[in-house]
Design a protein around this ligand. Structure first.
Ligand SMILES: [Zn+2]
Length: 311
């Protein structure tokens, strides 16, 4: 997150330098500024003493005349009154981060969302994988697939509401839409302000290794355990080293215990997971999970590619 106090200090000092330069070039503007400051202080004093309304009116009209003169000078220089305000990144909250005490400014919310997106691992075209562009027509049994999509949509609602839900294990050959549907869930959950981490299995294992042994981004470990939704794509693709096995087992066990949902996609069937990994991992994967087989006669990815070429 941006250090807003630091940012404001910087903007303030840049602005003071600009004003000093301006007043040096156009001394009359400096005189006006000093006089207005002096008069404003007098108004304050008179108001506190609560007398002499006439004096306050005189001061008021002098201030008005000075400000009109200032405006005319600024216009002649091609400037306007905004030079007398620091150049805030966010004019709404003047970089304070809140609109009033207890009410966070939308610039902070935007920054938090941008942070969430950048750590999620979902970027570029991955952000475009949505329920709305997930087509059922390529599947062997579209009605059955529709039911699975419905469960995915329910999962989104439950995560947003902070309710417990089943995990999802997507199985099927390459190009059958597993990644698309898992990202449709992830994108929607993230758009609703929840923390999501999406990684391909090999990248996940490498990042865990980096965080554990190379001192890289140690926060990453915390995030994969704590995030509102963890999506592991291409489970078991290559990495079945002892390190990968133990890390995945611990991760899934921990998330299961803490009711933290995950979606895992794999080209392996359950027997292969048993063989390549272990019965214990297979058990953990099935513990609180629904297994969705993605069955389509051909790779959807290939069909889509052909369709694009024909256009
Ligand atoms: Zn703001």
């Amino acid at each position: 997150m941006i250090d807003r106090e630091e940012l404001r200090r910087k903007k303030q000092s840049e602005w003071e330098k600009e004003i000093a330069k301006l007043h040096k070039n156009v001394p009359r503007l400096g005189e006006i500024a000093d006089r207005v400051a002096y008069l404003s202080l007098n108004v304050l004093k008179e108001t506190v003493r609560n007398k002499n309304n006439g004096d306050i009116k005189d001061i008021d009209s002098e201030v008005k005349a000075l400000l009109a003169e200032r405006k005319a000078i600024l216009v002649s220089l091609g400037l306007d009154e905004s030079v007398y305000e620091p150049k805030w990144d966010c004019p709404i909250c003047k970089d304070l981060g809140y609109v009033r005490p207890g009410v966070v400014c939308e610039c902070v919310l935007k920054e938090m969302q941008a942070d969430r997106e950048s750590i999620s691992g979902i970027y570029g075209t991955l952000r475009e994988k949505r329920f709305t562009n997930f087509s059922l027509k390529y599947y062997s049994n579209p009605e059955n697939m529709e039911q699975k999509v419905l469960v995915c949509r329910q999962m989104v609602q439950k995560i947003i509401a902070g309710e417990a839900c089943d995990n999802l294990l997507f199985t099927g050959d390459v190009g059958r839409g597993k990644t698309h549907l898992s990202l449709a869930v992830a994108n929607e959950v993230m758009d609703n302000g929840k923390n999501v981490i999406y990684r391909r299995m090999n990248d996940l294992i490498e990042e865990i290794r980096g965080a554990k042994y190379d001192g890289k981004d140690e926060e990453f470990l915390k995030r994969i355990y704590d995030c509102d939704l963890l999506v592991i794509d291409d489970f078991g693709a290559e990495s079945s080293s002892d390190f990968a096995k133990s890390q995945i087992r611990i991760l899934v066990e921990e998330r299961n215990i803490n009711n933290k949902p995950w979606i895992i996609s794999t080209n392996l069937d359950l027997n292969m997971i048993n063989e390549l990994y272990s019965a214990r991992i297979a058990d953990r994967l099935l513990e609180n999970a629904r297994v969705f087989a993605f069955e389509a006669p051909r790779s959807i990815r290939e069909i889509l590619r052909e369709e694009r070429l024909q256009q």
